[in-house]
Design a protein around this ligand. Structure first.
Ligand SMILES: Cc1cc2nc3c(=O)[nH]c(=O)nc-3n(C[C@H](O)[C@H](O)[C@H](O)COP(=O)(O)OP(=O)(O)OC[C@H]3O[C@@H](n4cnc5c(N)ncnc54)[C@H](O)[C@@H]3O)c2cc1C
Length: 476
């Protein structure tokens, strides 16, 4: 059941919406509620970290950590597609900002963090006086249903009584590179969560390091190494040796949709056959593969929804690594830096599997099994940085809030445990009965099992708006 966020009578009691997680997704839901509710309402954003809005992705201070989507496509507000571009243009020549901003530019991520803060402030200014935003610093560890709504328990013992809850928890930290308890995991020579400005602490300029993973997080670390004047060798290991893929330096014309929304393939094999054929046909006409893949985005959620869970599992096994690299591409300027570090012999990509990690005499000895060969390779490095990407198995992660919600049966996992079982609208489904839990919603990464494409701004902004619309829909 949706609940009213606002009421036409100003004397009515305020509805209280708690958003757990103050990253990009939580900030966008709060902003949309501020813009859409006409009161009285209280919007609580509960965040365990220091900053609201930036989250993991946009908390970096490094200029070279760039957005992987052009500025023209990064508006936080679907109803105002140029909102980010205009915001950035209004700041050209300000301290730290470039002299010009083009819609095709891949701007630094710190700018986007600042922009998200601005969006929240702007939304506050647009809200009626009886729609108020409160930031609650703390970690939500439990959530219970009561006849009046929900109670949220914070780690410090505070209890919040609210009408409805939005889980905006973001991506889970990655898996261990070898899934056994190893002594090295307790050493400062191993870093498990790499999105920290201090990721390279303890690494001398000439030291070699091992990055496990070769995706976007690995790229962040390679850029950070270069900025800090690191001169040692960076080994980047991935199972298949897939390297980061770049956007085209010159923006291409959009490619016409070739997957019909009313006749989508229902098996991975059929979908891949169609996509490969289209790629070949485009290549024969001299058209780059990138716009062809990008043309799938409007129907990707429907495509995923049409797959059975067995087909979705098949996609994860056979297609996912290639899909992730080709869909989530790096900015051309970033690719140029990576290529130059590689040419200097300071970056080596390895394809294989990590067999052992052992710390001794101030180094970490790593052994990897080379892909497709009966050969092992030994590396001696000063630090191992885990960049295996966010964990995709929710059933194994001991997030206190999720564990308690599971124990209470308020949430379940989708069958592949890619996220929380929910309707595509974000309405959470109760474990067992799979009926909607009144007043409990989610968005972003937790909807990956349901929607697949659900972690980037172009998807999150639409989810945030629709969720806010839904929450306000019963208000009249
Ligand atoms: C490095 C990186 C770069 C990216 N670049 C782009 C890009 O260029 N373009 C694009 O479109 N997308 C990009 N993305 C994807 C996407 O935009 C981000 O992942 C987005 O920031 C996700 O926001 P979120 O709010 O869902 O998650 P997060 O940013 O992870 O925020 C979740 C927040 O919830 C808080 N939290 C979690 N549990 C609790 C709890 N129990 N109590 C209190 N607080 C809690 C966390 O502290 C965190 O602040 C990038 C992602 C990453 C990781």
């Amino acid at each position: 059941m949706p609940f009213p966020l606002s009421n036409s009578s100003s004397s009515a009691p305020a509805y209280v919406v708690a958003i757990i997680g103050g990253g990009c997704a939580g900030t966008l839901v709060a902003s949309q509620l501020l813009r859409q509710a006409w009161g009285p309402a209280r919007i609580l954003v509960i965040e365990r970290g220091a900053a609201i809005g930036r989250g993991v992705a946009y908390g970096t201070d490094f200029n070279e950590h760039r957005l992987n989507v052009p500025a023209a496509r990064m508006s936080a507000l679907p109803e105002d597609p140029k909102h980010f571009l205009n915001w950035a243009r209004e700041r050209v020549k300000h301290l730290g900002f470039p002299d010009t901003v083009d819609g095709n530019d891949f701007l630094p991520r710190w700018m986007y963090g600042r922009y998200l803060e601005f969006v929240l402030e702007e939304s506050k200014g647009l809200a009626p006086p009886d729609v108020v935003l409160e930031i609650v610093h703390g970690e939500a560890v439990d959530l219970a249903e009561t006849p009046a709504g929900k109670t949220i328990t914070l780690a410090d013992g505070r209890i919040l009584v609210v009408s409805a809850v939005v889980l905006a928890l973001g991506l889970l930290p990655g898996e261990y590179p070898i899934r056994r308890p190893l002594p090295v995991y307790h050493s400062p020579r191993y870093l498990h969560s790499p999105l920290l400005p201090t990721a390279l602490s303890g690494v001398e300029k000439q030291d070699d390091i091992l990055i496990v993973g070769a995706g976007l997080t690995a790229v962040d670390i390679i850029l950070q190494c270069r900025l800090l004047g690191h001169r040692g060798v960076i080994h980047a290991l991935s199972r298949r040796g897939i390297k980061p893929v770049a956007h085209s330096a010159s923006p291409a014309e959009p490619y016409p949709a070739f997957l019909r929304a009313d006749a989508l393939p229902v098996t991975v094999h059929a979908a891949m056959t169609l996509i490969r054929a289209e790629l070949a046909s485009a290549a024969a006409r001299g058209i780059d593969w990138r716009p062809v893949l990008d043309s799938i985005r409007p129907v990707s959620a429907a495509l995923w929804e049409g797959f059975s869970w067995a087909e979705r599992a098949r996609f994860l096994r056979h297609v996912r690594p290639f899909w992730e690299a080709h869909r989530h591409r790096i900015a051309p300027a970033t690719a140029a830096i990576i290529a130059s570090v590689q040419q200097e012999g300071r970056l080596k990509f390895h394809a294989g599997r990590l067999i052992s990690l052992r710390e001794s005499a101030g180094r970490v000895a790593a052994v990897l099994k080379v892909r497709g060969e009966e050969r092992f390779e030994a590396l001696s490095v000063a630090k191992v940085i885990n960049c295996t990407g966010p964990r995709s198995d929710y059933s194994k992660y001991q997030h206190p809030l999720l564990v308690n919600l599971l124990a209470a049966g308020l949430i379940g996992h989708d069958p592949l445990a890619l996220g929380i079982d929910a309707l595509p609208t974000g309405q959470v489904l109760r474990y067992g009965t799979r009926t909607p839990v009144a007043g409990l919603f989610t968005l972003g990464a937790t909807l990956k099992g349901v929607l697949w494409e659900s972690t980037a701004v172009p998807e999150i902004r639409v989810q945030a708006r629709q969720l806010a619309e839904y929450l306000c829909s019963e208000s009249s």
